[in-house]
Design a protein around this ligand. Structure first.
Ligand code: ZN
Length: 432
């Protein structure tokens, strides 16, 4: 690469990272992420569809449908027929966090605290000493749902080193007694945490009949390091993939040989077995309705699925310089050297030889370098939405993502260039 084209690639990657920081700031909960995807696609000319309404005939159309914290969007090429397959880019909208319990206004000793459960598998100590927002949805007495997000409101203060000199040797938090954030001073009996959230949303707290509210780091994502190679932010797992997918889909053309689909699921961090999770029927229902709107019979639907691909994108592990023994000794992806192809013999990732070959083809078409990830045999492998989607739909599936460090930390670490490269591969995948 010449110095000039390298500088241009750098500028594009920095602009992409800045846009991702905006996206994460607008998406403190899965519900906000789905709404932000919808907002961006609406701006790009997509039409919102309602699951309870009939859907129009679709050639040449751009559509999306939101189900709770999930969203599926698609572009139907002008020349689409009943035999046209799908290219599905999958990702998830949720991240590990703390979730508000019933009767959430608690406290003692003059402190106001929040009653929280633990959502998914956060690195608990990473959530200490950060200002946190509270965000999600409120369902009101008339059944309507409103998004709500506070500014910086809560914090989990760490105990001073002077009060426990052994903390650096064994920091372990009790998940009930030592994870309840503070959010003010006073008596719990005369305070109302939900009232704070309601006023942030501009609604009357007395109208709240239900809520799904989680914590999110209040700090904005930022690039740093030599030559701005690093990008740190909350919720990179998996908003980095959601953002890459929405940027690529918003620019997708109407001349592709397949229907381009972005599928953003909720609840990946807690097993995906929900109506808006990857193990639920959402994607299958949407694909079937798209096919029915094209006039496909059952046999034609199955033929189109056989001609389809799913790229399941979720963050993976970069090699960590301080813990090399946790990684495979040979296959060692690192930040900044491109997205990763995830491989696991026990099919914790759906990638197989055919998927690997297809992935390398899309990367080559995009001019993007790619790396491989495989676990150390003595370290259990995680999983993601890829195997679930492949099992549900029978679609050929490949698991990919960007390499990160600090996975499930309140603030994760990615490579600036990889974020942009993932979008470029997603565009090539959507184009053909
Ligand atoms: Zn993930």
């Amino acid at each position: 690469m010449s110095a000039a084209s390298e500088a241009l690639a750098n500028a594009e990657a920095l602009a992409h990272a800045d846009d991702l920081a905006d996206f994460v700031a607008a998406s403190p909960s899965s519900f906000h992420a789905a709404a932000e995807v919808a907002r961006r696609l609406t701006d790009a000319g997509f039409t919102a569809l309602d699951e309870t309404s009939a859907w129009p005939a679709q050639p040449g159309g751009r559509f999306f449908v939101v189900r709770d914290g999930a969203v599926i969007a698609w572009v139907v090429p002008t020349a689409a027929t009943v035999a046209t397959g799908f290219h599905v880019f999958g990702a998830h909208s949720d991240s590990p966090a703390f979730k508000l319990k019933p009767k959430p206004t608690t406290g003692r000793l003059g402190w106001l605290q929040a009653g929280v459960e633990i959502y998914g598998g956060p690195l608990l100590n990473s959530w200490l000493d950060r200002e946190l927002r509270l965000a999600g949805r409120l369902v009101l007495d008339d059944g309507t749902s409103v998004l709500a997000a506070t500014g910086p409101l809560l914090r989990l203060p760490q105990l001073a080193i002077h009060l426990d000199r052994e903390q650096n040797d064994r920091l372990a938090l009790n998940k009930q007694t030592q994870t309840q954030p503070v959010w003010g001073l006073g008596e719990a009996a005369s305070a109302d945490l939900l009232g704070e959230v309601a006023s942030a949303a501009g609604v009357d707290a007395a109208r709240i009949r239900g809520y799904d509210l989680v914590t999110a780091d209040a700090a904005r994502g930022a690039v740093f390091g030599k030559n701005d190679v690093f990008f740190a932010s909350g919720r990179l797992d998996d908003l980095a993939s959601v953002h890459a997918g929405v940027v690529a889909l918003a620019a997708a053309e109407l001349d592709a040989p397949h229907i381009a689909v972005l599928a953003v699921f909720d609840h990946e961090e807690v097993g995906s077995a929900t109506r808006s999770g990857a193990a639920g029927p959402f994607l299958q229902d949407v694909l079937e309705r798209v096919q029915l709107s094209l006039g496909a019979a059952r046999d034609e639907q199955l033929r189109a699925l056989s001609a389809s691909w799913c790229v399941s994108s979720d963050v993976g592990h970069s090699v960590h310089p301080n813990f090399p023994e946790r990684h495979d000794p040979v296959v060692q992806p690192v930040l900044g050297s491109g997205p990763i192809l995830k491989i696991n013999a026990n099919q914790r990732y759906a990638t197989d030889a055919a998927g690997a070959a297809a992935w390398h083809g899309w990367c080559a078409a995009a001019g993007v370098a790619s790396q491989e990830f495989v676990s150390n045999n003595a370290v259990p492998c995680g999983s993601t939405i890829g195997p679930i989607t492949a099992t549900r739909l029978g679609i050929r599936t490949v698991d990919v993502g960007i390499p990160i460090l600090s996975m499930h930390s309140a603030r994760e670490l990615a490579g600036t260039a990889d974020l942009h490269d993932l979008t470029r591969v997603a565009s090539a995948f959507f184009a053909g």
